[in-house]
Design a protein around this ligand. Structure first.
Ligand code: FAD
Length: 300
């Protein structure tokens, strides 16, 4: 039986693995790949290279440390977690089983998709799900944000300080009555389109326009980029029957990443800690591993 099994090789899982190795723990990392969401990088026609992926080089360091340590790594998806005896049995897609005294869930979260023609083609070619990362690249450019809640309002607020013009396409009236949305609507370089549906993304090598529909009428809008800022969906199905989740499905954790069930820990975007950035996710992963180490030793 391993001391700890880490599920997910993104920033949280990588940092946790590096800490476990440093502490000479018997650790197993299960993940189809290493790096998680940091493996995706936006390309924009007016940008040759940029340096906004602040956590990328940190992730790279951990990844290169762990990549060649094949004995502590299984490259596949976990299908199920079952509490058994003194620990947990982790059942993989291919039916194989691994046993751990503790489990760290670091499976991340996914942005909600638009599910329209052009989405797959332009993903990371002007279409992106993370304004916080790329907003600084929009000096004197236009941007379009899709969403009708606080995440979208935050994105518009950030972009409007930098971009020439920002359009918020709100699929429903959503939270548009909030003061923050009304303040944004009053800004000279912000337009809010209430209850418009995105039906298609158009472009060449990069996204150049969105096709919108309202009350059956079709409009086409030019834009330099599209940011989808709807709720993140946590990859928490593996522990849904085992630990407490919040109403949106994020794993509830305490300040040391313990879940409601002894022996199961969680870190990164899958948790209520709202990591959503590489460096925060890495810190959460490291913190979780310190808690696991203490708990396995019985230190209070
Ligand atoms: C397009 C984009 C760009 C971004 N750019 C930046 C940036 O520049 N700077 C920044 O700070 N943040 C950025 N972020 C946010 C950042 O990437 C995330 O906050 C961070 O990656 C979260 O780390 P994580 O380890 O919690 O999850 P993830 O990075 O999502 O990793 C989760 C891992 O779990 C694995 N996994 C999932 N399910 C299973 C399973 N059942 N079994 C086994 N493994 C599983 C996945 O394969 C993946 O390896 C960006 C996000 C996006 C979407």
């Amino acid at each position: 039986m391993h001391d700890v099994i880490i599920i997910g090789g993104g920033p949280a899982g990588l940092a946790a693995t590096a800490y476990a190795i440093r502490k000479r723990m018997d650790v197993l990392l299960i993940s189809p790949g290493l790096g998680g969401r940091t493996n995706r990088k936006m390309e924009l026609p007016w940008v040759d290279d940029y340096n906004v992926l602040v956590g990328e080089s940190m992730v790279e360091r951990f990844r290169s440390q762990i990549e060649y340590l094949d004995f502590l790594r299984v490259r596949t998806l976990v299908e199920r977690i079952e509490p058994r005896d003194e620990g947990y049995c982790i059942i993989l897609k291919d039916g194989k089983e691994h046993w751990g005294r503790a489990v760290l869930l670091a499976t991340g979260a996914q942005g909600e998709l638009l599910n329209v023609p052009g989405e797959a083609e332009y993903e990371m070619k002007g279409l992106c799900y993370s304004t916080a990362t790329y907003a600084p690249l929009f000096i004197d450019r236009t941007a379009l944000v899709v969403g009708d809640g606080c995440q979208a309002f935050r994105a518009v607020a950030e972009l409007q300080r930098i971009a020439r013009h920002v359009t918020l396409v709100a699929p429903t009236h959503g939270d548009l009555d909030l003061a923050v949305a009304r303040n944004l609507a009053a800004m000279p370089n912000v337009t809010i389109l209430d209850s418009y549906e995105v039906v298609e993304l158009k472009g060449d090598a990069f996204v150049r326009a969105v096709v919108l529909r309202k009350d059956g009428e079709i409009t086409e809008l030019h834009t330099d980029a599209v940011f989808v800022e709807k709720d993140l969906k946590p990859n928490s199905a593996l522990v849904a029957d085992l630990v407490e989740l919040d109403p949106k499905g994020f794993v509830k954790i305490d300040e040391m990443n313990r879940t409601s069930r002894p022996g199961i820990y969680a870190a990164g975007d899958v948790t209520t800690a709202k990591a959503d950035q590489v460096l925060i996710s890495m810190g959460e992963g490291a913190k979780a591993m310190l808690a696991i180490y203490d708990d396995l030793l019985g230190i209070c």
